[in-house]
Design a protein around this ligand. Structure first.
Ligand SMILES: [Zn+2]
Length: 221
């Protein structure tokens, strides 16, 4: 069985560039160290609108790195897993999903039950390959998890989990258990087949506050 966490973010090197995930403060070294500490076998790096963070880690660790990105689409956020190029934002959900598939990836509805940045109920679609039912950053956690699970059951889609960490110590508060050969293609196939189980809990407030204060420091440096 492999433990994989599916929606982690790195920090950008260049915070002036809008094309980078500017809200993360995780370094590639943090990803490896904290993932191992949490007993994870793999991690999907899904920075907002860029795959650079994921590409920086590929081949540099014995952890399984799933390259990906999180895209803001019309109607909600989408995780693209197993893609190595950025996906155009602000398209309709169906168009975004098609673009992800053309790029060789799978499309996962990100934190659909979250109050902020969740899905508008009408926009959820059975075209997704999976639903992120547990997201450790989503708030309020229990309600978000409940609504996301309900959606996954209604759409009859596989259920996965990720921490949505933007700071090293936040990695691994949620993870997905699956049984696959340690290769990205096999892992993605196993997610699509639905032979996956989501686990997780919310990121403690102590860590969230720590991250917020580090982010502020970074901003005013
Ligand atoms: Zn999001």
């Amino acid at each position: 069985m492999d433990r994989i966490t599916l929606s982690e973010n790195l920090g950008s090197k260049d915070r002036s560039s809008r094309s980078h995930s500017s809200d993360g403060i995780t370094t590639p070294r943090d990803v490896v160290a904290y993932s191992k500490r949490r007993g994870l076998d793999g991690v999907a790096i899904t920075d907002h609108d860029t795959v650079d963070g994921a590409l920086r880690l590929l081949g540099k660790t014995d952890l399984i790195i799933i390259p990906g990105t999180e895209i803001v689409a019309l109607g909600g956020h989408i995780l693209a897993l197993n893609v190595t190029k950025p996906i155009t934002p602000n398209l309709k959900l169906s168009e975004t999903i098609r673009t992800i598939r053309e790029a060789g990836g799978i499309a996962v509805a990100a934190h659909p039950g979250a109050l902020i940045k969740g899905f508008r109920s009408k926009s959820a679609t059975p075209d997704f390959d999976a639903i992120e039912v547990i997201n450790s950053t989503a708030s309020p956690f229990s309600l978000s998890t409940h609504l996301s699970k309900k959606l996954a059951v209604r759409l009859n889609l596989p259920q996965v989990a990720g921490s949505d960490a933007h700071y090293g110590p936040e990695i691994g508060f949620a993870y997905t258990l699956l049984d696959a050969a340690p290769e990205v293609d096999e892992i993605v196939r196993s997610i699509k087949s639905g032979a996956v189980t989501p686990f997780g809990r919310p990121i403690p407030w102590r860590l969230r506050l720590m991250r917020t204060s580090l982010n502020l420091k970074k901003k005013f440096k």
